[in-house]
Design a protein around this ligand. Structure first.
Ligand SMILES: [Fe+2]
Ligand SMILES: [Fe+2]
Length: 207
């Protein structure tokens, strides 16, 4: 099955040592189209959290939406709200390290602090329940001297640990979708996408 944005052409090399400029122009062309489909793929994956309760009062999708809703209503910028929306998207594939999965997906699109919050929210969220599992609720203290400590503690206190309320007026995914598409439209600074776009523009792929 061809992926979003693919030309249907194929590079000719069997190993990268045989690669040519034409091969890489073709790959760059397809990469640009594929990259544009990232928000669709993220939306599809986020929806896997729908109906996944895991014993919690509300499912992971509603928890994600409620965390984002609270952040939005508190006046946070779009990149922060999208981070809040996606902070648990790693639960399905990273069941033992879910914050790292979400942080890696968000990294090209959010601030350093937003990335740090997402990457470390598990340890900070633990303040509210690790002691019920026989663990140290203060494990977050190992980050006490980090400049983002307070921001991460605030994310958990205000938005994450408080977002298990079935009676809260949670905004739907449709409300956040345009925001997600804006934030994920381009990596901050262009990243690999800029190089691929420039290569695709410079070397036209034969029709
Ligand atoms: Fe989490
Ligand atoms: Fe969460």
């Amino acid at each position: 099955m061809e992926q979003h944005g693919e030309s249907g052409e194929r590079a000719q090399f069997r190993s990268m040592t045989e690669g040519t400029q034409e091969d890489w122009a073709l790959i760059a062309h397809d990469y640009v189209g594929f990259a544009a489909g990232l928000p669709d793929r993220v939306m599809t994956h986020l929806k896997l959290l729908d109906g996944d309760f895991g014993g919690f009062p509300i499912d992971r999708m509603t928890h994600s939406l409620q965390t984002a809703t609270r952040a939005h209503r508190d006046g946070r910028p779009e990149s922060y709200v999208v981070m809040a929306l996606l902070h648990d998207i790693g639960d399905t594939l990273g069941s033992y390290n879910h914050p790292e999965i979400a942080a890696a997906i968000l990294h090209p699109f959010v601030s350093e602090e937003e990335h740090w919050i997402c990457r470390n929210h598990g340890a900070f969220q633990g303040y509210y329940y690790f002691h019920y599992l026989g663990a140290d609720r203060n494990v977050r203290e190992k980050y006490r001297d980090n400049p983002h400590f307070e921001a991460c503690a605030e994310f958990c206190a205000k938005y994450d640990q408080s977002s298990f309320d079935p009676d809260y007026d949670t905004l739907p995914l449709a409300f956040f979708e345009p925001m997600l598409r804006r934030v994920m439209a381009r990596p901050v600074g262009g990243g690999a996408l800029s190089a691929m776009e420039a290569t695709a523009a410079k070397h036209k792929v034969p029709a």
